[in-house]
Design a protein around this ligand. Structure first.
Ligand code: CAA
Length: 445
């Protein structure tokens, strides 16, 4: 059987922008460097008044279907991953299919539709479902449409407010893919955690500091689990390592721990020994505390080495190019990290066909998943078709007072009327409520 993976990808950002160091930080009385240097964020995307998870997802999917010349009959499955759903029964995929049927000939009557929930890891899980469906031979030659769409909003005043974002990523999963082939090997780190949750509420309850620790712990478990099936990892094995990016500073922490793990017992650890010593071994320490202190000291020293900095600049930094400008997109975040890295490779004219990516997804609650992907022959054409830079450039730059209104408009408990900031054109837009309490959408020419 031929490989299965991501054949095409399209990204749709919310059409509004909040400048974090320029607009948000001064109102909060924060040093702008907390955002640009600490969290690693410059701006967040927000949905305009007529945008939501359905419009963003449908707009990304429409671009993808048009570019690939697809009709609804070519799609056997539509899975939407989101943690911003507004209906506990009717899945977002049915709304998105309804939108697409307004503009494409035919319908998705015989496509299996669903909605996946496990915080931010659900986008990757939906890709898994599609992969398994194709591998099982149940797809009848059809491809799967996976859409990760979220409005990542936090309660006003919550520390998470600095890491908001909104956007959608549509991906076509198919045999003989043009972009990346997925590895059958996967690793998981999964535990019952209460780091971030939304118990029947729109805005999350977050234990921010703990969520960072849980992310690191589950990623580490996923990496060792992955190694148990795929063999030991080595930092030079992967051209890029896209990770779930709630904010780039989180990935900076994860990357350092990942690198330390990967260089253990390698020629890189040996080569660094003169400068920073060898990594501490647990069996050589008398107590666990002594071991943990020694590990912390080694990790701090590793961060400053030329080898680590060069690896980070090559393998991790390119994955953050889009996140820095749009914030957290929850289920879509790891997928914009992959796209950002491949985009940088295209801009730098890199020859990466056949190269491997190490992909780390994470969802609070909590589960991390790690697998690898192999870059395919058609990657340049696929990535060249993205227009995320233009979309980001076109966003309406909100003042703080306007941001406050936008937050209110998207708060399900508030009923406020706010004029739209941008004019919808060639896209789906929210069109009010139906008699059953359903949301309605129309395509605006
Ligand atoms: N110059 C440079 N750096 C600065 C600075 C300055 N002037 N001021 C602060 N910083 C640095 C801090 O040192 C810190 O970096 P380190 O962690 O490396 O020390 C960073 O900027 C952030 O500062 P704080 O820790 O003081 O920020 P905070 O307490 O206000 O909030 C947060 C940080 C807890 C992550 C918060 O944004 C939050 O709760 N976010 C939502 C939860 C989240 O994203 N968690 C991530 C893991 S969970 C996940 O991944 C799932 C998901 O998508 C939500």
């Amino acid at each position: 059987m031929t490989g299965v993976g991501i054949d095409a990808i399209e990204i749709w950002t919310g059409k509004l922008k909040l400048d974090l160091p320029g607009t948000f930080a001064p109102e909060k009385g924060d040093d702008p460097a907390k955002y640009t240097k600490g969290l690693g964020l410059h701006a967040s995307s927000f949905p305009d008044t007529y945008e939501d998870i359905v419009t963003m997802g449908a707009n990304a999917a429409k671009r993808l279907m048009e570019r690939k010349g697809l009709t609804p009959e070519d799609i056997g499955r539509i899975d939407v991953a989101t943690e911003s759903a507004f209906d506990n029964s009717k899945p977002v995929s049915t709304y998105i299919a309804g939108c697409l049927e307004q503009v494409f000939e035919g319908d998705f009557r015989h496509a299996n539709k669903g909605e996946r929930k496990f915080a931010c890891v659900a986008g990757t899980q939906s890709i898994d479902d599609a992969y398994n469906w194709i591998r099982a031979g149940r797809n009848r030659g059809r491809a799967a449409l996976v859409i990760a769409t979220d409005t990542a909003l936090y309660e006003r005043g919550d520390p998470g407010e600095a890491t908001q974002g909104a956007g959608a990523v549509a991906m076509l999963i198919d045999e003989d893919p043009s972009l990346v082939e997925l590895s059958p090997e996967q690793g998981y780190g999964s535990m019952d955690e209460t780091d971030f949750l939304k118990p029947n509420q729109q805005f999350p309850s977050v234990d921010g500091k703990r969520s960072v620790q849980v992310y690191l712990a589950r990623m580490r478990e996923a990496l060792t689990d992955y190694e148990s099936v795929a063999g030991k990892t080595h930092p030079e094995e992967y051209v890029f390592a896209p990770f779930h990016t709630p904010f780039p500073g989180m990935v900076r922490k994860a990357a350092l721990l990942g690198y330390r793990h990967m260089i253990r017992d390698t020629e890189i650890e040996e080569a660094l020994a003169d400068e920073i010593g060898m990594q501490p071994r647990e069996e050589e320490c008398e107590t666990e505390e002594e071991y943990l202190d020694a590990v912390r000291e080694y990790t701090d020293a590793l961060k400053g080495t030329e080898q680590y900095r060069a690896w980070y600049a090559r393998t991790i930094d390119p994955t953050l190019d889009i996140s820095r400008e749009v914030g957290n997109w929850y289920t879509g975040s790891v997928h914009i990290a992959r796209a950002a890295a491949l985009k940088r490779a295209l801009e730098d004219d890199m020859d990466i066909e056949g190269a491997k990516l190490l992909v780390g997804s994470y969802g609070s609650g909590a589960q991390a998943e790690i697998h690898h992907e192999t870059v395919q022959e058609g990657w340049q054409e696929e990535i060249a078709a993205l227009n995320i830079d233009e979309q980001n450039e076109r966003r309406y730059d909100l003042s703080f007072a306007e941001y406050e209104k936008v937050h209110q408009v998207h708060n399900h408990d508030e009923d406020v009327e706010v004029e739209e900031f941008t004019v919808p054109e060639d896209e789906f837009a929210f069109d009010g409520w139906g008699r059953m309490g359903e949301r309605k959408y129309r395509y605006v020419e």
